[in-house]
Design a protein around this ligand. Structure first.
Ligand code: GDP
Length: 449
């Protein structure tokens, strides 16, 4: 398919050393050659860089480097030209408007990546992993996104689809040519034995993906404890390990998430950390309701107790409130001695003041979410919520297959649910994606990507 020529600034808006303005489409090289004074780009080989000036009308707008990629060996598979310019936003804007004036169109968010998808160079999982790469904040997130970009998710899904297709094809032959002797007689028993295996495989992928989701989206974490046990100090101590990453992102996740921090390769999204400062009397003043609300949102609760003192009734309330949650009990102030005993549960001893035990706390979080001895390259395959949702759909359809087959339903009825599972898997890679899905997905990209 031949598309028109789009233009966009590929770098972030603002002042920087360089900006990159990118064109892609059937006229990309021709339009570039009209404004580039230097080598004639019409004659330039693919994958070559040229020094020159960007001239529009009588005006020299910038001294630039032009990189030429000829179809099909480019990001979009179309002719692509990238101009590296000096980094001012005004220059970028002038270059883009010059291209608009001579016939290019402004790219929509994600449109370059969308073309790579529409032109068949990458599938949906790879397009999504490009976004995950850009948004990665930890080494583990990066590794997961790289895996998916290299096609591991696609390969896994395609192999599941291939298994389903074998079963479906055998059923079709059986239905269409019942008299054909060589056609394998497909009975419910055969379907059951094959589908059970595949169903187990998909369930396992979903189980593993839970840690994938945690790596990708972060762990919503709440720190609770009665006044003066050292919640703020603990927070500061954790943040000190990694000051750079703390970001104010309130508003983006409905107010509750106040900051992020990296801990042992995982991303913790702290819920209501400002609340910790402002509500030192969490239990009395703000009340149990607010604590419960924060707890209900949390994937992880760090319950802070004072290990130099005996438990108080307030501690007891918090211990029972957090009981049903995925919690780690932190015994702070170990530098003052250890009087504390809590039930059977392990307490991670730390001193927010001296930094003792912070590494053990990190390890405890890792063990809890990734399992002991976790190796991301081996395990985390599916890290994307949309993919996991589709795997769940496929799994549900296969459960229906097993129900129907076990109940002795006619084989063509069983086949309907097999096809449903196949379709759900196809939506992961985009083989059977609807236009609405594609539009919604690419709208999440930033401009120029
Ligand atoms: P919060 O009310 O739970 O947020 O508690 P803070 O972090 O404000 O700490 C209360 C007091 O305990 C402060 O005076 C801290 O200096 C002190 N504190 C916090 N952590 C430790 C610790 O690990 N050891 C000691 N000795 N003091 C601590």
């Amino acid at each position: 398919m031949i598309y028109d020529t789009i233009v966009g600034v590929a770098t972030a808006v603002g002042y920087s050393a360089i900006n990159v303005v990118r064109l892609s489409g059937v006229d990309a090289i021709e339009l570039s050659s009209r404004v580039f004074k230097g080598k004639n780009l019409l004659l330039a080989d693919s994958h070559t860089v040229h020094y020159g000036f960007f001239r529009y009308g009588d005006e020299t707008i910038d001294e630039v480097m032009a990189t030429v990629f000829r179809a099909p060996k480019s990001f979009t598979t179309e002719d692509v030209v990238e101009f590296s310019t000096h980094g001012g936003p005004y220059i970028a804007q002038r270059i883009v408007t010059a291209f608009l004036a001579i016939g290019a169109r402004l790219a929509e968010p994600g449109e370059f990546t969308r073309r790579a998808y529409l032109n068949g160079r990458i599938d949906l999982t790879q397009a999504e992993s490009i976004m995950d790469l850009i948004n990665a904040k930890t080494a583990t997130q990066l590794a997961l996104a790289h895996g998916s970009l290299s096609g591991t998710v696609r390969a896994a899904v395609e192999s599941m689809q291939a298994e389903l297709l074998d079963i479906i094809a055998a059923i079709e032959v059986h239905i269409d040519y019942p008299e054909y002797d060589d056609a394998e007689v497909v009975t419910n028993a055969i379907v059951i034995s094959k589908v059970e295996l595949l169903h187990a495989k998909i369930r396992e992928a979903i189980e593993r993906s839970v840690s994938g989701r945690i790596i990708r989206d972060g762990i919503k974490t709440v720190i609770v404890g009665k006044p003066n046990v050292g919640k703020s100090s603990l927070l500061n101590s954790l943040l000190k390990e990694d000051k750079a990453i703390v970001t104010e992102i309130s508003g983006t996740t409905r107010d509750l998430v106040e900051g992020e921090l990296r801990l042992g390769g995982l991303l913790l999204k702290l819920i209501d950390t400002a609340g910790i400062r402002e509500t030192t009397d969490l239990v009395e003043k703000i009340g149990i309701e607010r604590t419960k609300k924060a707890l209900s949102e949390a994937d992880l609760v760090l319950l802070v107790l004072d290990s130099s003192k005996h438990l108080t009734p307030e501690d007891e309330i918090l211990i029972s409130l957090t009981e049903p949650k995925n919690r780690i009990i932190v015994g702070n102030k170990v530098d003052l001695g250890g009087l504390l005993h809590v039930l059977e549960e392990t307490i991670v001893p730390v001193s927010a003041k001296t930094g003792i035990g912070i590494e053990r706390l990190e390890q405890a979080v890792r063990d809890k979410f990734l399992g002991v001895g976790y190796n991301p390259s081996e395990q985390a395959l599916f890290g994307n919520v949309r993919h996991i949702g589709k795997l769940e759909e496929a799994s549900a359809a296969l459960s229906d297959v097993l129900l129907a087959a076990n109940a002795g339903e006619p084989i063509d009825m069983v086949e309907i649910d097999l096809k449903r599972a196949w379709h759900a898997l196809g939506e992961i890679t985009g083989d059977v994606a609807t236009d609405d899905l594609v539009t919604a997905l690419f709208a999440k990209f930033c401009l120029g990507k």
